[in-house]
Design a protein around this ligand. Sequence first.
Ligand code: HOZ
Length: 428
Amino acid sequence: MQYKRSSTLFSEAQKVIPGGVNSPVRAFKGVGGHPIFINSAKGAYLYDEDGNQLIDYINSWGPMILGHAYDPVVDAISKTAKKGTSFGTPTILETEIAQLAVDMVPNIDKIRFVNSGTEACMSAVRLARGFTAKEKIIKFAGCYHGHSDSFLIQAGSGAITLGVPNSPGVTAGTAKDTLLADYNNLDQVKAIFEANKNEIACIIIEPVAGNMGCIPPVSGFLEGLRALCDTHKALLIFDEVMTGFRLAKGGVQELFGVHADIVTFGKVIGGGLPVGAFAAREEIMNYLAPLGPVYQAGTLSGNPLAMAAGITMLTALNTQPEIFRSIAKKTERLHLGMEAALLKYNIPHTINRVGSMISVHFSAAPVVDFATASSASGERFNRFFHGLLAQGIYIAPSAFETWFISDALSNEDIDITIAAVDKVVAAW
Ligand code: HOZ
């Protein structure tokens, strides 16, 4: 497959956009080469500016659970747009989607809509600090909660891909309030609580990590965090920007039966439009302005286009629970097929999978945290990525990202992908 026009378009973009992209990981710096410019997408496929059709395993970083340009969502957006796109006033759509989310997700009474996962996590932490009257937070190395200052400390996703997990511009004052632990290491978290008695407002975690590849929590880890938060009167925040409404109707809380105090959501709650949200039980949410003292606001928050798209998407997921089983089964098929190909050629690897999230690390050792994810072969991943791209398979351009499977993907698409993997690694 040729990607010539994308190369030219990237050169033009770099003249007027820093690095030619509006989000760093898209620049392909981690894997080399140039990004692919997408013209349109439908179902399981992307169509690029060179006229290629690509099988998509990113799905806009998660939200396109039912595939791209899912007709009911597109119809809801078009219908709503004709009535106006933003009013900066309440609409009944906001109450409708809030009710739907509260019905689907365990342990939440109220929800506030914002415009991105970054905003949701930033606001959730502010709320936790206001509610507990404490300042420090615990985050995990390699977890990514958006690009607000408190989180750009050992951050995952594009930050690791580019080798800048700690960003200049984050003040020492902010950084000192973010305490770091290794993912899946409960003893470290215990020690941090002991060393910072009565100072920790919250733990924020991706309960299934997705920003250092896919990393599941080991058995007892989330339960242990819950217990530590209860003991030390800190709040547990689940960042479900990737996992929410994807791994189960009620996200990781439902899947693993561990309850969080605050849950954050991202683009999926807006059917793929720019939306985020954070939610909690009533006593916590009532701490937010205008009821309480913690301030948070936004003109586009709860805008009608995103709310209409979100209602349609969540309704589809709520009324067809078999979708969760279907995407998990497709992901399993992909896992088993890729595993067989990698084993056939003796390629050291670890495939992690939870539901419809999956990633491949080129390391024989289990990948359980940032250190083990980083010790996998980047050089092999890059060759793998380009080998697949050459055959029209589009996976995330970084080993530190998860692949997201959509229900639009057919078994035939998956088998084509497995054959492509076989062809790539056969040549190693
Ligand atoms: N940080 C996002 C994935 N974990 C990438 C966002 C994007 O480039 O669209």
